[in-house]
Design a protein around this ligand. Sequence first.
Ligand code: E4P
Length: 223
Amino acid sequence: MKLFIDSANLREIQEVQSWGILDGVTTNPTLIAKEGKEPRKLVEEICATVSGPVSVEVTSLDAEGMIREALELASWAPNIVVKIPLIKEGLRAIRALAEMGVRVNTTLVFSVPQALLAAKAGATYVSPFLGRLDDIGHDGMEVVRQAVRIFKNYGYPTQVLAASIRHPRHIVEAALAGADIATAPFAVLEQLLKHPLTDIGLERFLADWRKLESALSAMREKV
Ligand code: E4P
């Protein structure tokens, strides 16, 4: 499974990129607004930092406006993927963009029928928002499980991108469900690598090593 970071913060993106495990980036208007920078400059910097896909969202609500914006966004860098919301006008835009060869990440997907429509329209990625579904008492992972099964049944090339991830368990479950990608905030990616037993174990190994070194130097001093 591929791992993306859900962030528009350059420092976070560069940090995870330096771990050597980053496959791509997802942003959204909220994340970009949080940075308070000129969007094009920021997106270009992100695209220069990672070689994988970088999702950037349109803000128009009509198909024509979405297509216009998508073509503009796609011209900013070769690794841009355009995010289009799953609404009726969005579907029209996805179909047209897919025919033009523009990669689309369908966003704000909360149900299996929505995921199926995105695949039929030719989206490259479909992003079920697990966390937001869990927040209102639904089972977000079930949307991922069913979308994965349906796309496999019919050979749809659309990739399932598990989004709105809240904790490491979501990532494990997304992987078990067969999601192609999971996108998570920096804090969750950092939690993935942490385990208290790793820290305790390392501390013990190093303490024992230091003990051996001081015993050896004491022996050397004697001879
Ligand atoms: C995905 O592409 C979205 O940017 C993101 O996962 C939304 O997550 P949130 O529910 O934490 O805002």
